[in-house]
Design a binder for this molecule. Structure first.
Ligand SMILES: Nc1ncnc2c1ncn2[C@@H]1O[C@H](COP(=O)(O)OP(=O)(O)OP(=O)(O)O)[C@@H](O)[C@H]1O
Ligand SMILES: [Mg+2]
Length: 189
């Protein structure tokens, strides 16, 4: 069954940062299980979009919401940038990946992404297409498309993550968000 899909217009960079900031506290399936009571669940988030679409900008906003200060570099060459973020009283790991320069999907194995996920990490992956056949379906999928002068952001998720997608869009739609909702609202069932 396909899950709900929806989109919203993000007019500029500032609002894209804000989208990341709004998304951060909505990631409840990842946020709620806190170690050390149990192995916390990891989460896989795909960020789709052309070169310069705004994927890193959104991640930057999300990291800021988790208290990461200073420069958030694009992992274009390093492929992966790790972060430790405070979630309530615990520290959780978050990884920002950019697979654009992945020479071969097999290289993914060397990044050890399965272990990072199994260890409760949140993996935010730009250019997941480059890992096709090696990565499972994501929990949450974000797709950014150019719509000059701004961008369209789509979110979709499976199971509990569908609610995350819808709640994030709901929060983004609030008038104070200063973002315009697209007329072509779409829901696939
Ligand atoms: N909603 C938006 N409207 C207009 N410009 C935006 C928006 N979001 C981000 N930008 C701008 O798009 C440019 C590229 O952003 P960013 O580096 O985040 O793209 P990217 O998708 O990560 O690209 P790449 O695939 O190369 O990693 C930046 O200059 C940023 O200011
Ligand atoms: Mg990027």
């Amino acid at each position: 069954m396909k899950t709900g899909v929806d989109s919203i217009y993000i007019p500029d960079e500032e609002q894209m940062l804000r989208a990341g900031q709004i998304l951060a506290p909505q990631l409840t399936p990842w946020l709620q299980a806190e170690p050390p009571t149990a192995t916390p669940p990891g989460a896989l988030v795909f960020l789709h979009g052309d070169l310069g679409a705004g994927k890193t900008t959104l991640v930057r906003g999300l990291l800021r919401a988790y208290g990461v200060s200073g420069a958030v570099r694009s992992p274009t060459y390093t492929l992966i940038e790790p972060y430790e973020v405070a979630v309530g009283p615990s520290q959780r790991r978050l990884y920002h990946l950019d697979l654009y320069r992945l020479a071969d999907p097999e290289e993914l194995e060397y990044l050890g992404w399965q272990e990072l996920l199994a260890d409760g990490g949140l993996l935010l992956i730009e250019w997941p297409e480059r890992g096709a056949g090696w990565l499972p379906a994501p929990d949450l999928r974000l797709s950014i498309t150019m719509q000059p002068p701004g961008r369209t952001l789509k979110l979709s998720g499976h199971g509990a993550w569908q609610a995350v997608a819808l709640k994030t869009l709901f929060e983004l739609e609030k008038p104070s968000a200063n973002v315009r909702k697209l007329d072509n609202f779409q829901v696939y069932c």
